[in-house]
Design a protein around this ligand. Sequence first.
Ligand code: NDP
Length: 277
Amino acid sequence: GRPLVAGVAGWPIAHSRSPVLFDHWFGATGIAGRYVPLAIRPERFAEVYRALPHAGFRGINVTIPHKLDALRLADEATEAARAIGAANMICFAEDGRIVADNTDAYGFIENLRHAEPGWRPETGPALVLGAGGAARAILHGLLEAGVPEIRLANRSRDKAEGLADAFGPRVACVDWDARAAAGAGAMLVVNATSLGMTGKPALEMPLDAVPDGALVNDIVYVPLETPLLAAARRRGLRAVDGLGMLLHQARPAFRAWFGVDPQVDDGLRRACLPGAA
Ligand code: NDP
């Protein structure tokens, strides 16, 4: 068989937690694999991408700035990758075909399901803040999971309108300034903006209108406890951090390349915490 080798392609790539994550899983599963960071300049991506299967790679994860090129240059794409419009996981088939997938929607939903086993997406509307790349994956995941209605608020309204057009009638745009009021009746509130990240301002999102029993999720994971999650806990709402999305989105890749569905547990969370060695 082929060597047990995969990697993650980005530019830059030094900050990526993925090698730590995969190394933890190699240790936990006993699979003698290798997972390497691949720093690839944008102008060289196409050439390197096509060469990797011949260098023995089973697949790669893809991060900024290559997610669109990885989809465009693939021989095949999954429905999720096409709907989201970007790829984060690539399989190099034995016959040399390049198959592009996107597991961010899966990771997002799996994180909520594992953190809150009682969560039923079909029971009520979701409020999503943000309309960037992550929001696209979240909309796809929520719609597939059966959410009846998504309220979408973004600072730049035109980007939210674009997503609402692309994802159909269950997605309705809300003015950025009306986001707090749009929490009324929402059973899930998601921060898919970069606000609340270390170095960025906090997200201003009063939670008074949000019903008791609602779930609040921040996909930002540096820091783990964002101002939004702290406010949700003070308000007595269920709060889920964003680290689990990062960990769960990697599971399908490990399974596809190495044949085992790995565990997301506290040991893995500790190993992958921001600031961990
Ligand atoms: P993008 O750059 O594609 O989108 C950024 C979003 O944040 C846009 O909606 C943008 O609004 C909004 N935003 C940025 N600054 C402000 C501001 N000052 N006021 C209001 N809105 C603002 O980023 P991504 O979608 O790729 O990522 C978003 C966040 O999610 C990042 O923090 C990233 O780390 C995190 N993430 C976490 C993942 C996980 O696995 N947990 C996976 C992917 C991302 P506008 O359109 O108006 O500019």
